[in-house]
Design a protein around this ligand. Structure first.
Ligand code: HEM
Length: 397
């Protein structure tokens, strides 16, 4: 059996329940959201420790702010990882599952790594006010464990792209590797492209922080102006470095892909150039440019996420694997249920975000009755619960 036949035989014989393109679009969208928060966690967990070791009131406040943000960003990165996980295993199941099994101990271990990372980040957040140097150890451990999670996720994603090597990895020294105790593949430019971006995105996070808290009467404006400026500088320097690493990654790709002439690549790159230009302009007034910069940054991450998917299609295409030729077993009911839940989720999460947004921007009690999504989210939640009970009763009877 050759590799192409092996991949075909590893596909789910039941087929996919809806058009693969829809899963692919959702995969790209949700991966972009996942990686944005992964970047905030990596950059934020580094910055909190860095600021903790520096002297002065501004750094003390920044260390506190990032200690808190890291616990929240880590939760969001983990939760937002579930969605691409669901989509990737629907359309790329032969690649994803095999790679997971080849490094099974690491993939199970990542759960403990993340639990420990979150606990350490939280302990650091609780103790950050004490100011004693040894407390930094909790923050350092949290950062190192988050980096370990990134190494595992990268290795597993990269192994998945090399099916021709799976057997050789499995047959380790003429004996079968039943423990999945090793990570088999690592590509520095690809890995660094995700890590360096963390510092560019965290710079933008700092610009947004300065913009967001500017309206609060109890916040020190000199401190906020300092954070905004430091963030804008960090964002611009690391965007340049990120572009250089991007070129390195591009040059390290198999020459047969001709990726530099790929139309998706040529469409994606201008986003990064516009981001850099706007960031240069933003140095004069980081707070004023915080929102446009954040919008362009999100579009750039989305473009890069799409490029990553195009690249995967090229790797899989070497073995005539295309998600578009996956056996179709249309299931309108489950797809409709998914879409209804998805839309409902957006409305409810939208309401929660607007509550948090309003509350965080004022030190005084605020009136939430004017929020538009309030009643909608309650009615939709009730309708959804009734619908789920109805479906359950219908299936059981
Ligand atoms: C803070 C912890 C995490 C970090 C730092 C992290 C980092 C990363 C990175 C760097 C990649 C891209 C790797 C590459 O393409 O080379 C990635 C991909 C991915 N991550 Fe995470 N991740 C974390 C947690 C999670 C969790 C908890 C889940 C699942 C619940 C998850 C799901 C995924 C999936 C499914 C992909 C690949 C999607 C695809 O192949 O398109 N991640 N992650």
């Amino acid at each position: 059996m050759n590799v192409a036949e092996m991949l075909k035989s590893l596909q789910d014989p039941m087929g996919v329940p809806f058009y693969p393109l829809v899963f692919q679009i959702l995969l790209v969208l949700t991966f972009a959201l996942h990686i944005i928060f992964v970047n905030f966690v990596i950059g934020g967990s580094f910055m909190t420790v860095y600021a903790y070791f520096r002297r002065g009131n501004n750094y003390r406040l920044l260390a506190k702010a990032f200690a808190k943000a890291t616990t929240i960003n880590l939760s969001l990165a983990i939760v937002l990882g579930v969605a691409p996980l669901l989509f990737v295993q629907v359309i790329y199941d032969p690649f994803w599952y095999t790679s997971n099994v080849l490094s099974a101990s690491w993939m199970i271990g990542i759960l403990f790594v993340l639990m420990a990372a979150f606990s350490f980040a939280y302990v650091f957040y609780l103790k950050v006010n004490k100011g004693k140097r040894h407390i930094a150890v909790w923050g350092i451990l949290a950062f190192l464990l988050v980096m370990l999670a990134a190494v595992i996720m990268h290795a597993v994603s990269y192994q998945a792209l090399q099916p021709e090597k799976w057997l050789q990895w499995y047959m380790n020294n003429n004996s079968t590797d039943l423990y999945g105790a090793r990570l088999h593949a690592f590509q520095w430019p690809r890995f660094l492209h995700f890590i360096i971006a963390s510092f560019a995105l965290t710079g933008v996070f700092m610009m947004l922080y300065a913009w967001y808290f500017w309206k609060r009467e109890d916040m020190d404006k000199t401190y906020l102006a300092w954070v905004g400026k430091a963030g804008a500088e960090m964002a611009v320097y690391f965007t340049v470095l990120q572009m250089a690493v991007g070129v390195w990654w591009l040059l390290s790709l198999p020459a047969t892909f001709h990726f530099y002439t790929n139309y998706m690549f040529l469409t994606g790159v201008p986003f990064a150039i516009v981001l850099l230009l706007v960031l240069i302009k933003a140095q004069s007034d980081p707070r004023k440019y915080a929102l446009p910069v954040a919008a362009i940054m999100m579009l750039t991450v989305l473009a890069m996420s799409s490029l990553r998917e195009v690249l995967r299609m090229l790797y899989a295409g070497k073995y005539n694997y295309s998600v578009y030729s996956y056996k179709l077993n249309l299931s309108y009911g489950s797809t409709a249920l998914f879409l209804v839940s998805f839309v409902m989720g957006i409305v409810i999460v939208g309401y929660m975000i607007s509550v948090v947004f309003k509350m965080g921007r004022s030190s005084k009690p605020i009136d939430l009755s004017s929020l538009k999504l309030r009643s909608w989210s309650v009615y939709l939640m009730i309708a959804w619960i009734l619908m789920m009970i109805g479906i359950g009763v219908a299936i059981a009877s």
